[in-house]
Design a binder for this molecule. Structure first.
Ligand code: 3EB
Length: 337
């Protein structure tokens, strides 16, 4: 059974759980903070409303783990499940005509992930966390998010994985600087992909949003032994394929949460355990403008209830007119596994 813990410090975890930590993320505007032994994705971005400068979100495996480093990926395996982190510096890639350094780095990162997963016989990608610098900046006539989408999709196709249907849950978020950073969870069993009836599937977005569609599903249900985990992808104020409520942050909050609720409803049709509910999810909310944070917090508290675990981060969203994005997860025990 894997579980996620949130902490301001890691000392306790290191002494208590040595050898049973899968990996995690360190969020906060602290580029110099020291990191533990296990794979950690560094998300260098200001926390909003937090009590300390950093938050560690850490996956505990509840069993002995095996760690390694291959293909430049720090990985950790617990049974038939693997968590990994890869950081690539775009400066190590050269742009060629028709392919920016970011596109090349994105394709290479996914190639390496797929090679590692194939070698470990854990081919099913469940959930991917993508971060890149200046996601909305246009270079060579194309927004960087769109460059990333080309590289990502090319790697899926190159490895014959298909770029529609059974693709992983994901987020793609912009930071002020730093490498292309991709964390992922994968396993020997396929995820059940979930779509949102209120939205066009991202892999079917029309070409207005870039030459290649993004390769992700709206949510994934995954099944470590004895467990059902729901990963809800980054979810924004998009209906159909259009951004709605441009410039209206409270409106975007309500619409994004309506989308989370719609994905939840769809997931519950497919789920094997008891229904997932909004207040039980743990959330990560990316807010583009720090000044919007009080209104975002107040609006979401009114909709989700005041007790849910919500980590707020100031970061860029992949469309310039989106002011926030919400991702979430929850885990249920499954009987007789
Ligand atoms: C959207 O719905 C908002 O490219 O991996 C959300 C989640 C978004 C994941 C990705 C992008 C991604 O299109 C953006």
């Amino acid at each position: 059974m894997i579980s996620q813990v949130f902490s301001a410090q890691l000392a306790d975890l290191v002494s208590r759980e040595t050898g049973r930590v899968l990996g995690g993320a360190m969020l906060g505007d602290q580029p110099g903070a020291s990191l533990p032994e296990w794979p950690v994705q560094r998300i260098v971005a200001p926390l909003l409303g937090a009590t300390g400068p950093v938050i560690h979100e850490t996956w505990l495996a509840g069993q002995a783990v095996l760690t390694g480093n291959s293909e430049g990926i720090a990985w950790c395996r617990a049974g038939q499940l693997l968590y990994g982190v890869i950081d690539l510096d775009e400066a190590d890639f050269t742009a060629t005509p028709g392919c920016s350094a970011l596109q090349a780095a994105s394709q290479e990162a996914y190639r390496r992930i797929f090679r590692l997963l194939d070698a470990k016989n854990l081919p099913h990608l469940w959930r991917v966390w993508n971060y890149l610098a200046a996601i909305n900046r246009e270079t060579d006539g194309l927004e960087r998010y769109r460059q990333f989408n080309i590289g990502r999709q090319d790697a899926f196709l190159e490895f014959r994985r298909g770029a529609t249907g059974n693709v992983p849950a994901a987020c793609a978020i912009g930071l002020t600087g730093g490498p292309l950073s991709i964390a992922f969870m994968a396993g020997d069993q396929p995820a059940v992909a979930v779509e949102n009836p209120r939205q066009v599937s991202a892999y079917d977005y029309p070409a207005d949003y870039g030459p290649r569609s993004p390769t992700f599903s709206r949510a994934a249900l995954v099944y470590p032994p004895g467990q059902e985990i729901l990963f809800i992808s980054g979810t924004a104020s998009i209906v159909g394929h259009l951004t709605v409520h441009p410039g209206d942050v409270a409106g975007q909050c309500r619409e994004a949460l309506a989308n989370v609720a719609a994905v939840l409803g769809e997931a519950n049709r497919l789920a094997r355990s008891t229904p997932f509910t909004l207040p039980e999810l743990s959330y990560r909310v990316y807010v583009r403008h720090a000044a919007d944070f009080p209104l975002v917090r107040e609006t979401l508290a009114g909709l989700i209830g005041g007790t849910a675990e919500i980590v707020y981060v100031q970061a860029d969203i992949c469309r310039h007119d989106l002011l926030l994005e919400i991702e979430a997860l929850a885990s249920h025990a499954l009987g007789n596994c």
